[in-house]
Design a protein around this ligand. Structure first.
Ligand code: PLP
Length: 388
């Protein structure tokens, strides 16, 4: 008897997991592998959650989330300028992942193509496949700062293309798409009548220019779904609280989809989110920490011969070029783990265009970062010595 569906049989654990499993068997490990803030959720947000518990906010909420939470989302950061209607154009979900999967469940049909930047966050392609769609990679390059180019997007469009997935600031590269390129991408989307999925989960973490949402550009609000969450902005990954904001036609179908899958996002996390979204200064504190660490990482990398990198404009990642060591990124990262007990993620895990690079996350303490960079330097020097 075949118990599992074809869809389930195609599910596999992500490539990053294997690195963590190996690291768990070692001591003195420094992890630059984890894609989440290492600090605890700011205490006032935890206190708001405790208050919600004491007040008995422990029931199901509306499928779209509490109106209070949707209103708080509509008034937060750059979302405010987009004037989303909290009753019809916003849904609260279990994390940004919950929002992405609900969205894909209502727009993807068998064979539908979704354009996704390469290298890219691992889960996009597997989510698209899970819903029967085809993820189509759009390669980016270090020469263009890993910024996805409108011209490259246009080349990949076929009659099956339904949407363009954007992620700015980007995981794994730290790139931010400048407004000039976003305008060109918007023109392409309008010309080919495509939807844009704009994943903005890192948009409070920027170090040069403030990221622009493509949804704010002329003619784009009707064809863009913004995905965001409190995970990275407020160090709330475990709370599982995110949202989607976009055209009522799409949101109105994501709501019954959520009714059938999880009913609603966690009620206590929604109460905590209302507090957090009304206190953006709490995410500012995180921003300051990552800004300082980014400087430490860049200084550390500058001191390592054979490594080059594009300065990351956002998120908490840097994506250095390790091609001069003449190994695959998988070999490089595995040896780095075995010999120096430092976790970095092979660039190839994020797509073909990531080969020759590795992702470093500055989600550990400053002391660990300094020590980790010294170990990477020692490792690189040893390889160069052996190759000379
Ligand atoms: N989008 C990107 C690019 C991410 O890197 C992540 C998490 O790593 C997510 C979305 C989902 O985050 P969450 O579901 O915690 O909001």
């Amino acid at each position: 008897m075949v118990v599992l569906s074809k869809r389930a049989r195609n599910l596999h654990q992500g490539a990053i997991r294997a690195m963590f499993d190996k690291a768990a068997t070692m001591d003195r490990v420094i992890s630059m592998g984890i894609g989440e803030p290492d600090m605890a959720t700011p205490m006032p947000i935890c206190e708001a959650a405790a208050m919600a518990l004491r007040n008995g906010q422990t029931h199901y909420t509306p499928n779209a989330g509490t109106l209070e939470c949707r209103q708080a989302v509509s008034e937060w950061g750059n979302i405010k300028e987009l004037h989303f209607d909290s009753r019809s154009e916003i849904i609260i979900t279990p994390g940004g992942m919950g929002a992405l999967s609900l969205l894909l469940s209502v727009i993807v049909e068998e064979g539908v193509e979704i354009l996704i930047q390469d290298p890219q966050w691992l889960n996009y392609a597997s989510q698209v496949r899970f819903f029967g769609g085809v993820p189509v990679p759009v390669p980016t390059s270090a020469e263009k700062g890993f910024v996805i180019q409108a011209a490259d997007i246009e080349q990949k469009i076929t009659e099956k293309t339904k949407a363009i997935m954007l992620n700015s600031p980007n995981n794994p590269t730290g790139a931010v798409i400048p407004e000039k390129e976003l305008r060109k991408i918007a023109e392409v989307a309008i010309r080919h009548d495509l939807l844009v999925i704009s994943d903005e989960v890192y948009n409070t973490l920027y170090y040069t220019e403030k990221p622009v949402s493509i949804s704010a550009l002329p003619g784009m609000k009707d064809r863009t779904i913004v995905i965001n969450s409190l995970s990275k902005a407020f160090a709330m990954t475990g709370w599982r609280l995110g949202f989607a904001a976009g055209p009522a036609e799409i949101i109105s179908k994501m709501v019954p989809a959520q009714e059938n899958i999880s009913a609603c996002a966690n009620s206590i996390a929604q109460a905590a989110a209302v507090y957090a979204l009304h206190h953006p200064e709490l995410s500012e504190t995180l921003h300051t920490v990552f800004q300082q660490r980014r400087r430490i990482v860049m200084e550390g990398l500058d001191a390592i011969p054979g490594i080059s990198y594009c300065e990351p404009d956002g998120a908490f990642y840097v994506f250095p070029n390790i091609k001069s060591f003449r190994m695959t990124s998988y070999e490089f990262c595995n040896r780095l783990l075995e010999e120096e007990h430092v976790v970095c993620i092979p660039g190839s895990a994020f797509g073909q265009a990531g080969e020759g690079y590795m992702r470093m996350a500055y989600t550990c303490s400053e002391d660990e970062l300094v020590e980790g960079l010294q170990r990477i330097k020692r490792f690189c020097e040893a390889i160069r010595g052996n190759q000379a």
